[in-house]
Design a protein around this ligand. Structure first.
Ligand SMILES: [Zn+2]
Length: 247
């Protein structure tokens, strides 16, 4: 046997893939019921079952919704509107521009600290709820977009708000990762390329499918655009998996 299994053989079963380190034991030739028989023992190890049914929840981050967590399998999601802190952020944005213009760095710093504390509080609440949602859905993995290239987010925001907005993103990511670990969930990063243009139902990538806050596909699928994005994110392979296949 030598650890090799012939896939062309009619005795081959896919479940044999889980067998590792097979070893042939002692053989025995004997005569039984008028026939010569040969028997031998085989010992082997069973590989840990590769669970292909790990459930994944996708999280889309944005401004309209600070975060949307979606379970594509059952079509459930939770979202956290940015509205309730939107006015606070707009006020800060206005002040920031004034302080920047006047080069009042001290006031600017104070403003940022205050805003950061507010954002931290909300990110704390949101990440806790996302973890609770993932647990409730029976998920073991939370997928988020790999946004290390700020460039991919730049276009959405006014220049003066860019720093605080990207800071808010990463703060949520940090809190989510930390809380997920405590709940024995894994946070995995995926490629963010065109997640908002892809249809979570048929996989088509069409820019004009996204109109405002609605995603409408020619396959008949219609969904809130951010919910659709969270579903798409949940189905993307992790960036690490991809790196392994590439080598
Ligand atoms: Zn579609």
């Amino acid at each position: 046997m030598n650890g090799y299994m012939d896939k062309a053989s009619k005795y081959y079963l896919p479940s044999y893939e889980n067998i590792s380190k097979p070893r042939k034991g002692n053989g025995q030739l004997f005569f039984k019921n008028g026939k010569w028989c040969f028997s031998f023992a085989i010992t082997f190890e069973l590989k840990n079952e590769v669970s292909s049914e790990e459930k994944e929840v996708g999280v889309d981050r944005g401004l309209k919704y600070i975060a949307v967590a979606g379970d594509k399998e059952v079509g459930k999601y939770i979202h956290f509107s940015g509205k309730h802190i939107g006015h606070i952020r707009r006020k800060y944005s206005r002040l920031r521009r004034i302080f920047m213009k006047n080069k009042n760095m001290k006031a600017l710093k104070r403003l940022e600290n205050k805003e950061q504390r507010i954002i931290q509080y909300w990110n704390h609440v949101i990440s806790k709820e996302i973890v609770r949602f993932a647990k409730k859905q029976g998920a073991s993995i939370i997928k988020i977009e790999d946004l290390k290239s700020i460039r991919s987010m730049k276009k959405f925001w006014k220049r003066s708000d860019r720093n605080i907005n990207s800071w808010a993103f990463f703060d949520l990511e940090e809190k989510l990762t930390y809380k997920a670990q405590l709940a024995e969930l894994e946070v995995v990063k995926v490629n963010p390329f065109k997640t908002s243009q892809e249809c979570s139902n048929c996989g088509n990538v069409v820019k004009k499918n996204r109109r405002g806050s609605l995603y409408t596909c020619s396959c008949g699928y219609k969904k809130d655009a951010d919910v659709n994005a969270s579903f798409v994110i949940s189905t993307r392979p992790s960036n690490e998996e991809k790196a392994i296949t590439a080598t």
